[in-house]
Design a binder for this molecule. Sequence first.
Ligand code: GDP
Length: 443
Amino acid sequence: MAFEGLTGRLQNVFSKLRGKGKVSEDDVNEAMREVRLALLEADVNFKVVKEFVAKVKEKSIGKEVMDSFTPGMIIIDIVNKELTELMGGSQAKLAKANKGPTVIMMVGLQGAGKTTTSAKLAKLLQKQNSRPLLVAADIYRPAAIKQLEVLGEQIKVPVFSLGDKVSPVEIAKQGLQHAKDNGNDYLIVDTAGRLHIDEELMEELRQIHTEVNPDEVLLVVDAMTGQDAVNVADNFNTQLTLTGVVLTKLDGDTRGGAALSVKAVTGCPIKFAALGEKIDALEPFHPERMASRILGMGDMLSLIEKAQSNIDVEKAKEMERKMRNAEFTFDDFLEQMDQVKKLGPLDQIMDMIPGMGKMKQAKDLKVDDKQMGRIEAIVYSMTKQEKQHPEMIDHKRRKRIATGSGTNIAEVNRLIKQFDEMRRMMKQFSDMMGPKGPKGKAM
Ligand code: GDP
């Protein structure tokens, strides 16, 4: 996940500040020197770093901050606000056409993730009850059309294509007409990329632009390329006037320099972030939430949104009832793991929980997807009866389960012990709460 290094370093700087009852100007200067280094190491554009640090310093060396009881906290808050500003302040939403389909032109260099992102965006719009149409206008990259068609099929979004013998401008034009005729409210045009920016490519993009008059021109850039991505964005923007940037491969970007520089350098807001190869790994970009993640303060809002759109509320309620009544079985346990998995890779979810990111680093917690797979294998190796009545699983059965799941008896023991403890805790908790809330003293 992005920003790992940066988060760790910033947290060190701030824990030093927080430890102080009083913060002097020297302390602030020292902290800002470290923030500067941390940002440069994260590959943030040096001009951006300079301005950022100057702003934070100016706001931190005020009388109110120095004299406050919690100067460290106030400075973190200042950094949080400035980081948010740096990435655009508030969420830059997708434009919507007043009349007819909203036209989105996807542009970018080859390999940045344009085709994948086009399909991801279609899926996101479809989830919001829109009816997007994808247009395959990348006729040069071998298999780009096929790739879009396969993705379209997978998400049940229609793909308009005229093969690779018709000009991209013509494809885009006919695609738009097709959307109008079929009542599609979004048109996503996947254009051709190149290995490098060249005049021929820009000319073609300008012609498509003139033909379809897009509401959005979204540049797809690979976050892992850091400052190169920022330069590409700057270059495209001067030649084509972008309306937004999509950062891809943030899942593999440990530094985060592109995310932190692109808005400040180009003036173009980041509208979406892609965090994986899977088709639903695209999120609207929220600067304030991203700032919070960078500072290791988690991102509960995104987590709740993910939960709302992925988790079956009725099932969750039923699960809660079972837990309260200590009826929870290994079958329910499996189902719950399934629900959690729908939220995305475990380490990304952990990063959204305040404090978890840090704990994960410090303790080297092993709650990765592989570990989840082993736990599942153990449960799958239980018989139907064993899952429903875990108390019947004796030593002999445990040995059989370990062999069947390709794990070892220690792992099986551990899981059953944890499961028992969980059930006992739930029981105690629900006894304590009673049917109508906490017993005893008012809280
Ligand atoms: P295009 O040439 O710009 O159309 O690029 P593609 O859409 O074909 O993507 C290039 C490669 O990047 C593919 O292997 C994608 O699966 C991968 N990719 C795209 N977005 C992401 C992302 O957010 N995370 C990761 N890990 N891989 C991605």
